[in-house]
Design a protein around this ligand. Sequence first.
Ligand code: AMP
Length: 393
Amino acid sequence: MKIISINAGSSSLKFSLINMENENVIANGVFERIGIDGHYKIKFEGKTYEEDTELKNHSDAVNILLEKLINLKIVKSLDEIEGVGHRVVQGKDVFDKSVIVDDDVLQKLESIKHFAPLHNPANMLGIKAFMKALPNVPNTVVFDTAFHQTMDKETYIYPVPYEWYEKYGIRKYGAHGTSHRYITETVSDILNTKNFKLISCHIGNGASITAVKDGKCVDTSMGFTPLAGVMMGTRSGDIDPSILPPVMEAENKTIDDIINDLNKHSGILGMSGISSDMRDLTEAYNKNDERAILTMNKYARRITDYIAQYYVLLKGTDIIVFTAGIGENSFLTRKLVCDNLKCLGVEIDEEKNKNCHGKELISTPNSKIKIYVIPTDEELMIAKDTLNLIKKK
Ligand code: AMP
């Protein structure tokens, strides 16, 4: 059985075709510059096929993708594709799990799209393009927010006028839920139990920390939008909102300009003035660049702050997992964070931490909390949800 996982953005569409019998990726790639000019890149059996081609809209991208799957002999017939799973960024409190797309789901998606205006409408374009191109194949939607719907009200409510929540749905929704759920399920397999206290650190260009008890999310660091929580590649994370008016006035900026600064020009990039990329920051840190050292330490501190907060919330922690681009690859970040956590009895094996590739335990047998690195796989999670929903149909 073959399933396609789709992540559609406003001008791009990423795909992974997955063989669900062995959970291997058969082919993957990206269609970019949709609505501008157009380019695609498809990876299959160690080769990369890429070309500039006109992509007027998402339907063009889907049609060319399906054509290429046949022409490159990735599949013999499109009948081999039994389901298409779509990542959707915001499901609000309307969706607490993945679902098969039908008219009711489309209507609900339409009603909440303004909660993620840059993402949800683009995700919907992907869904509609596949519904048109493969009308007999079920589509599913898998939400970044769904895993966090188990947070209780005391956790998701903000200490602002209560009417903002009632009238405008202002509350914490979180993000990266599909990744945190993948980590939770993997930890459950590793520990062979569903009863554990986990702190899942998804640290990539975007970053969020999630506290999980017995398989359920109890708190997460991102908020109403992904701008909240720890500092990230280009996002500030939590700040005092009162810093905005003086900067807006001095630089003659609108609220949109300044929110854009907090999303795109802050975090590692803004603080270091070097780059948003952890590899560049690490290089400068190793050359003793003063601002790189400040940024790196601040970055580790913000992650530590959330881990400490969740350690208390969970009343202890069995396991901390590092995942995503930085969590999986930056041993320096893991070292600095774990050094900050020594007072909780955390002890990592320096060699294992330095040489870790793939899924690995990096703490010592003496460590009071197990520290793991686990590569995340959101595409597989989307495909698995799709398979499960199709089976139940
Ligand atoms: P993601 O958003 O999950 O793709 O993660 C992107 C981040 O991972 C960027 O900051 C990269 O610099 C970082 N990253 C990827 N590979 C490495 C590496 N080998 N060492 C340090 N950071 C890395």
